[in-house]
Ligand binder design. Structure first.
Ligand SMILES: Nc1ncnc2c1ncn2[C@@H]1O[C@H](COP(=O)(O)OP(=O)(O)OP(=O)(O)O)[C@@H](O)[C@H]1O
Ligand SMILES: [Mg+2]
Length: 311
């Protein structure tokens, strides 16, 4: 079971759209995929359920918020299994074979959980209480570990647009990270900042592991691999990103991060309809051959990179 977080603290860069499309396509190709919506905006959840369905069937007891609330520090880890849902529309599109796309939904008041977790960490005192530190940051990893290791081929965690406690817990639960970005000045600056925040968090976490080498059970050091930056909402002209965007793409390569060859074009027309149909563009009838080709190339590159990540 490979766990990948889709992360960028910058908002509106295509995290959720990529999570939904990559997950749906890989499921359509016969794999078992679990999506976890960690954003209080719940856009991923609303990509697969209408708000009234969410309110009636999920909001009160089948979202990640209730799972966090059921957590007791010295008790058993609440299982993920009862939260898992199988969105009907997208699964009816996924060929009958072995593939499936499951979802753990989010909640509009997941922000309260974030605040409670931050309070538990105790702000600047974080390092003083190792127990609380690992209790908070390893929570999602512990939740995933309640699933049989063969339950899913791939788990995608859609992170909120911040680098808060829940995003960091997602990073700590991940084998690999995917960074969607727009090719513009602010996004490029943002990637550099994200990279340094990621490094700092991983360094801090691993340092605390070192200092507490007698922990039971032993805590493993973090070493998530950055799969790469995927540029989204790219404007094309004659089949290439327009000239104005190219310096930003080049700049990102200079940061030493892998950059996906495949990109996603900007198409308001195609991406805006996804929430209405509960079907990611990649599996919908509206997709044009050019866009389908582009998205397939991206998912193929994603699969190649998760098998052989660039150093
Ligand atoms: N390639 C694209 N072309 C045009 N619009 C897009 C594209 N990809 C996503 N969008 C639209 O842009 C908006 C933001 O996308 P999305 O929600 O995926 O970003 P996000 O990074 O998850 O945002 P947030 O940070 O708020 O969670 C959505 O309305 C989505 O439909
Ligand atoms: Mg999002």
């Amino acid at each position: 079971m490979r766990v990948i977080s889709i992360v960028n603290y910058k908002g509106g860069v295509g995290k959720t759209t990529l999570t939904a499309n990559i997950g749906a396509q890989i499921a359509a190709w016969g794999k078992r995929v679990l999506l976890l919506d960690l954003d209080p905006q719940a856009s991923l959840t609303f990509s697969f359920y209408r708000p009234e369905q969410w309110r009636a069937a999920l909001a009160d007891n089948r979202t990640i918020k209730q799972w966090f609330e059921a957590w007791r520090m010295d008790g058993p880890v609440p299982p993920f299994a009862p939260l898992i849902t199988s969105p009907a529309v997208v699964n009816s599109r996924i060929a009958q074979g072995s593939g499936a796309l499951d979802l753990i939904a989010s909640h509009l008041s997941l922000g309260d959980v974030e605040m409670n977790l931050a309070a538990r960490l105790g702000g600047a005192q974080a390092h003083r209480s190792t127990r609380h530190y690992f209790d908070v940051y390893l929570r999602l990893a512990a939740g995933l570990a309640t699933l049989p290791s063969t339950a899913y081929d791939l788990v995608l965690l859609d992170c909120p647009p911040n680098f808060g406690v829940i995003t960091r817990a997602a990073v700590a639960a991940s084998d690999q990270l995917l960074i969607p970005a727009r090719p513009d000045e602010l996004s490029t600056l943002g990637i550099e900042h994200l990279q340094s925040r990621l490094r700092r968090f991983i360094w801090e976490f691993n340092r605390i592991v070192d200092l507490q080498s007698d922990l039971h059970p032993a805590v493993k050091k973090l070493e998530p691999i950055i799969l790469g930056v995927v540029f989204t909402m790219v404007q094309y002209y004659s089949g290439k990103p327009i000239a104005a965007l190219r310096p930003y793409i080049a700049q990102t390569r200079q940061l030493g991060l892998p950059v996906f060859e495949a990109m996603v074009r900007e198409s308001n027309h195609h991406f805006a309809g996804a929430a209405r149909t509960q079907l990611p563009v990649i599996l919908s009838d509206q997709v044009t051959p050019a866009l389908a080709w582009e998205l397939h190339r991206l998912v193929e590159e994603f699969l190649k990179r998760i098998r052989t990540p660039a150093p």
